[in-house]
Design a protein around this ligand. Structure first.
Ligand code: FES
Ligand code: FES
Length: 218
């Protein structure tokens, strides 16, 4: 943790990510009907309540998501995307929603080891999947050089696309720890930056690869 000159305490990216992950609710504190707000003791009570009071509505669904290594028992409306459940139910705001139609990559997470567009996937279909978000990557010391090199090479402007790029880069380095520039550009081809930072991403990743190979944490 560091302090700036006016005495404001700043948290590092990994500290912020760790706090966000620690705050993820592993189960809902209360179960309320989203239509009439009636309090229910269990999910079974909620399902019964829907059947009797709101027979024409689709009941919320109960799903266990494994996010950043933690099993979270969640109840949510079945139309919500993974992106929305990560944000609204788990407080994970790293994955960003830019296009909301699978075209920009800003909402990228890793699912079962592969990059996945969380705006394009129903959360109710993710039971049993292993999901990693940028917060989960930021707390692992091994990936600090990747985050630091992104800052150093100014691979971000507004930064909205950056988490998606970082997650896609981590997925690439998991399967190919020593990629060529061509392989990096290929792996990031589904991610778009409207601020024009595209050329600097490969530079940041190549430098991070070098530092990780040397075992440096900068
Ligand atoms: S917000 Fe998901 S791909 Fe653009
Ligand atoms: S830095 Fe602004 S969209 Fe990429």
């Amino acid at each position: 943790m560091g302090n700036n000159q006016v005495g404001i305490t700043l948290k590092s990216a990994s500290e912020q990510a760790a706090a966000t992950i620690a705050a993820m609710p592993v189960r809902p504190k209360t179960i309320r009907c989203p239509i009439c707000q009636q309090l229910c003791l269990t999910y079974a009570d909620l399902a019964e309540h829907y059947a009797s009071e709101h027979p024409d509505s689709v009941a919320p669904t109960a799903v266990t998501l494994n996010v950043n290594g933690i099993n979270c028992n969640l109840i949510f409306e079945p139309h919500l995307t993974l992106k929305q459940v990560l944000q609204y139910h788990l407080g994970l705001i790293g994955a960003k929603e830019m296009c909301d139609r699978g075209a920009c990559g800003s909402c990228t997470v890793i699912m079962d080891g592969k990059p996945a567009l969380s705006c394009n996937i129903l959360a109710s279909e993710c039971e049993g999947k292993i999901i990693e978000t940028v917060e989960g990557i930021a707390v692992i010391p091994k990936w600090k050089p990747l985050i630091d090199e992104y800052c150093k090479w100014d691979a971000m402007q507004c930064g909205y696309c950056t988490p998606g790029f970082l997650v896609a880069a981590k997925a690439l380095l998991d399967r190919n720890p020593n990629p060529t520039e061509y392989e990096i550009n290929d792996a990031l081809s589904g991610n778009i930056c409207i601020c024009g930072t595209q050329p600097r991403h490969s530079q940041a990743i190549l430098e991070a690869v070098k530092l990780m190979a040397e075992g440096s944490d900068i």
